[in-house]
Write a protein that binds this ligand. Structure first.
Ligand SMILES: NC(=O)c1ccc[n+]([C@@H]2O[C@H](COP(=O)([O-])OP(=O)(O)OC[C@H]3O[C@@H](n4cnc5c(N)ncnc54)[C@H](O)[C@@H]3O)[C@@H](O)[C@H]2O)c1
Length: 342
């Protein structure tokens, strides 16, 4: 077995979650700790999102390193003391933020990510998991579900950079002895310690629960969705799977039951509250992709444990009871709008 790997779930393994204070990461690190993993987070907190992990300071098995993973000294601090596995979540995430900060996006999502990979080659780790995105499928000409070998068609700087780093990783497999796995994750939903209301389901539900009129572009475009807790389970099952089942592999992360058009999401909300929706066909977001999750189901036994239909009433209730009900523009903490310090 190459690299450092402990036996059994968690075992004596110590995972570095780069970007562990974000929307997905702050849920993932708690799930890892609950399963007995030691967890270190390296995060630059670019959205002022320190609240997402401050409650973990002092917890057994948890440590935090503040800094940029593109900074060699911060990375050395984060890797010190026997890290056995690395999950790279940190990026500029989403089409709008990548359009607003194209240079920073390329620097973080490609240049710094490649440098991280090179640094890890000398570190003795056993596993490396990269969180990519189903956005890479872009605008599919068909509504048939796309498997991992479908052509990629990135339609934003975000997706372009994710595809570029995927290709770098898959082209570098022969140069490393640790197992590399790429996860193309569906659009996330669910409550997190760092909420994002710039993601379709939560954005739609919150706006409609606040009684706002919602404008929906290209209502018939398809997209898959996955709950943050299920995304976390998928990452953990890759870390804990037998190495030969995941090494050098790409997996779509989600569930075949959870492909929806935007109209279908609105309809799910309308089961619970009155909705005011204006539909526009502006071609504002050219993405359209239905995705197949057969591979992760058959190889890793992964299925969603939560469904969008269950989340919608939970978030409606939360908003109607005053949580996330701030008036005015959504604070940066609740979405990827403005970065700090990069
Ligand atoms: N949220 C989704 O719908 C979704 C869907 C598919 C894939 N993903 C992938 O999952 C991962 C996490 O997404 P998220 O929604 O949690 O994003 P997020 O923006 O909430 O979290 C990203 C985290 O990375 C940190 N970060 C960014 N640049 C950094 C740098 N240079 N150094 C150190 N830390 C840095 C940020 O401070 C933040 O805490 C990303 O790789 C994303 O591409 C997310």
């Amino acid at each position: 077995m190459a690299g450092r790997e402990g036996a059994g779930p968690g075992g004596n393994r110590h995972v570095l979650v780069v970007g562990g204070a974000g929307y997905v990461g702050s849920v993932l690190v708690r799930e890892l700790l609950a399963k007995g993993w030691r967890v270190r987070v390296l995060d630059r907190l670019i959205y002022g999102n320190e609240r997402s992990i401050e409650g973990l300071i002092g917890e057994a098995g948890f440590s935090f390193v503040g800094g940029d993973f593109g900074d060699a000294a911060a990375l050395d601090r984060a890797l010190a003391g026997g890290i056995t596995d690395v999950a790279l979540l940190a990026s500029l995430v989403g089409d709008p933020i990548s359009k607003k900060y194209p240079d920073i996006t390329r620097r973080v999502n490609v240049t710094a990510s490649e440098a991280l990979f090179e640094r890890l080659r000398a570190s003795g780790i056993g596993r490396f998991v990269f969180t990519s995105t189903c956005s890479n499928y872009g605008r599919s000409a068909t509504d048939d579900p796309l498997a991992e070998d479908a052509p990629l068609d990135p339609r934003s700087i975000y997706a372009e950079t994710k595809v570029a780093f995927e290709q770098f990783l898959l082209g570098s497999l022969a140069r490393t002895d640790f197992a590399v796995t790429v996860l193309r994750i569906a659009t996330a939903y669910g409550i997190s310690h760092r909420m994002r209301f710039d993601l379709t389901v939560s954005e739609f539900v919150r706006s409609l629960a606040l009684g706002r009129k919602l404008t929906v572009y290209d209502k018939d475009t398809w997209r898959p969705y996955c709950h943050v807790k299920d995304i976390s389970r998928a990452v953990i099952s890759v870390l804990e799977a037998p190495r030969d089942r995941v090494a050098g592999e790409v997996f779509n992360v989600g569930d075949d039951r959870e492909n929806f058009t935007k109209q279908m999401i609105v309809d799910l909300v309308a089961r619970h509250i009155p909705t005011q929706v204006e539909y526009m066909s502006g071609d504002k977001d050219p993405r359209n992709y239905r995705v197949s999750f057969a591979k992760i189901r058959s190889r890793l036994g992964f299925e969603a444990s939560r469904l969008v239909s269950g989340y919608v009433p939970e978030l409606v209730d939360a908003v109607r009871n005053g949580l996330y009900a701030t008036d005015g523009p959504t604070p940066s903490y609740y979405g990827n709008h403005d970065v700090q310090g990069l």
